[in-house]
Design a protein around this ligand. Sequence first.
Ligand SMILES: NC(=O)c1ccc[n+]([C@@H]2O[C@H](COP(=O)([O-])OP(=O)(O)OC[C@H]3O[C@@H](n4cnc5c(N)ncnc54)[C@H](O)[C@@H]3O)[C@@H](O)[C@H]2O)c1
Ligand SMILES: [Zn+2]
Length: 370
Amino acid sequence: MKILVTGGAGFIGSHLVDALVTRDHEVVVYDAFVEQVHGRKKPDYLNQEATYVKEDVRNREALKKVIRTSDLIFHEASAVGVGQSMYQVSEYVEANTQGTAVLLDILVREKTKVKKVVIASSMSIYGEGRYLCSACGKIAPSPRSEKQLQKGEWEMHCPACNAKVRAIPTDESKPLESTSLYAMTKRHQEEMTLLLGKTYRLPVVALRYFNVYGPRQALSNPYTGVCAIFSSRVKNGKPPLVYEDGLQSRDFVHVEDIVRANLLVMEKKEADYQVFNVGSGKAVSILEIANALIRLYGKALSPQVVGKYRSGDIRHCFADISRISSLGYRPKWSLQEGLQDLVRWGATQKAVDRSEIADRELLKRGLRQP
Ligand SMILES: NC(=O)c1ccc[n+]([C@@H]2O[C@H](COP(=O)([O-])OP(=O)(O)OC[C@H]3O[C@@H](n4cnc5c(N)ncnc54)[C@H](O)[C@@H]3O)[C@@H](O)[C@H]2O)c1
Ligand SMILES: [Zn+2]
């Protein structure tokens, strides 16, 4: 098949491109090579078997040209900075919401032979994950209040009876409650794609990725994932900055498992018109990640637990992966092996640590507690 991968020069997209090329598909990458992600030069990992179009998804004419000849689309292009989205509001809405709107507009209005669209959504659209209250049962609480956070009470309480609650896996039916502009745009992308897909009977699938890590995640981009940001800190001999008390948890999934999920829903008809969590199914604290990376990079450092909160940060969210498991998905990478893989690659890379600049930016805008 002829397959279009938007954002195919990025971290996740490029791994997907490799897998598609290996399976003998003809791959076209459509990517703006955004400087914040790539710096000024093209990444050295680009698969030479693919064709590259350096353009923005908002450019309708250029995008139309590549869509016209495609059989299938993986839409991975997005601006990805959660904190940054809170002050670059129109850029995020334009790149993500409008960019996806342009893609869908072409699919709806032009004659194409596209048979399926798989879109990268995000766990960020949930806001807080699911919890269990021993008195009230399964709950889906709203984010913690400013008042609670100011007191440094980090754990969630039951909104009904105020008891402390325990995080449980988050399933796809948990009500969505974005806590950032980025998350809102990911929700837009997902919902627009599903609605139009269903309406026009064009098979579409949305994958809600949890925290993806692995080789090629831009180490010098302080607005990307926590494993890359911590890697950059540690490689530069600086302690990772850990907000709150470090015991907040996330679900870390290796990029190759994300790729396998994409290939799976590409092939399975049963996946059509659905949304799926893609994670490891396990909760891991941020402090554990910081300590593991320090150890693996072999540095004598300890994480710097800031004890402050950032606006929009949730406490716990990890994936219930039963829906995608029913299609045959099993994450292959354990966290330990996955982080070793990241560090093997990370050790060979140059990384400019810009995390303090990003942190100051949040502080200046009142997006993190002084
Ligand atoms: N990495 C994660 O943990 C994670 C988690 C949930 C969802 N996602 C989603 O996965 C997708 C890929 O993310 P990633 O981690 O590989 O990020 P990335 O920044 O490494 O890759 C994104 C790519 O898209 C390109 N791009 C950005 N805006 C564009 C535009 N307007 N037009 C054309 N190209 C553009 C960038 O140049 C980059 O190559 C994104 O949609 C992201 O929202 C990622
Ligand atoms: Zn309760």
